[in-house]
Design a protein around this ligand. Structure first.
Ligand SMILES: [Zn+2]
Length: 296
């Protein structure tokens, strides 16, 4: 199956064809007894994930954990539906994200508002019963045969973001904490409603301190650990750019357009669905700047 790639010893990447295209969104699979998934993708990822399990001869009943980096629908939206196929699995999520997975009503409403006519691409989210949710603490470890997966509190992209660090292979599942890595290009992931620059930079220092040997991006695939440092620089430049354009007094719509033009000039651009994400990321920085101004 072409949508399944071996990315590190014993770790596989399933291309979920997020937003209907390849190489945009992934779910990682750690086979074994017990087995685990990192991310669930949207509810539209379900068939591809089950196909991947089948092609690795994995019994769905052996999946003990679905580690989700945060509750945004492209990462955890499909977890509830997937639990119907994985009878023994529980969903590991940041303690601040638990209530959104137990009752996704508000989460779904906020995504609808943010993405509007693109909403059908995000699938649907069904509530997860509390006994199948595992709120994770920073530093908590999960044993999976020869693997040991550690939850790493990593706010910035969202306050309820966790990365997962697998020690045997030095693999860091970065979720959206290290940005998007699409087609060999690093792009900002600073979407509304709760991006915080300072928290994101502190998180990147913490991730660098883990000395990972491999970064496994949800969007999309493996990358070098030096990308963590590159992303710190990119985040600062990106927020500076949005701030400067905003300070010229343009309307929000104009700010978005001007920033996107400048981003294209600097090579921070991507074709396909990531372009709409970049638009949202400008709005996420504007929200962050407004909140900061409100606090001052
Ligand atoms: Zn994402």
């Amino acid at each position: 199956m072409n949508d399944l790639t071996h990315v590190a010893p014993g770790i596989w990447l399933v291309d979920t064809h997020q937003f209907g295209v390849p190489h945009q969104g992934g779910v990682y699979l750690i086979p074994g007894k017990p087995a685990a998934l990192v991310e669930s993708g949207t509810s539209l990822s379900r068939t591809r994930i089950l196909q991947a399990l089948a092609s690795l001869d994995l019994d769905p009943a052996d999946v003990a954990w679905i580690f989700v980096t945060h509750v945004h629908l492209d990462h955890a939206g499909g977890a509830g539906a997937l639990l119907e196929d994985l009878p023994a699995a529980r969903v590991v999520v940041h303690e601040r994200g638990v209530r959104h997975l137990a009752d996704p009503t508000r989460l779904v409403a906020s995504v609808k508002e943010a993405v509007q006519d693109r909403f059908p691409l995000y699938g649907d989210a069904v509530p997860i019963p509390p006994e199948r949710l595992h709120p994770a603490q920073d530093g908590e470890r999960f044993r999976l045969g020869k693997f040991s997966v550690q939850a790493v509190d990593s706010p910035g992209h969202a306050p309820h973001h966790l990365c997962f660090f697998e020690q045997a292979t030095g693999s860091l599942f970065s979720g959206d904490a290290a940005g998007l890595y699409l087609g060999g290009k690093l792009l900002p992931s600073t979407v509304p409603p709760s991006f915080e620059l300072e928290a994101a930079l502190a998180t990147l220092d913490k991730l660098i301190g883990l000395q990972p040997r491999l970064i496994l991006f949800t969007h999309f695939g493996p990358g070098e650990p030096t990308l963590l440092t590159t992303y710190k620089e990119l985040l600062r430049e990106w927020v500076d750019l949005v701030r400067r354009v905003r300070d010229q007094g343009a309307s929000e719509e104009e700010v978005v357009e001007t920033v996107l033009q400048e981003a294209t000039r600097r090579g921070w651009t991507s074709t396909g669905p990531a372009k709409a994400d970049l638009r949202m990321s400008v709005r996420g920085v504007l929200g962050y700047l407004a909140r900061r101004a409100g606090q001052a």
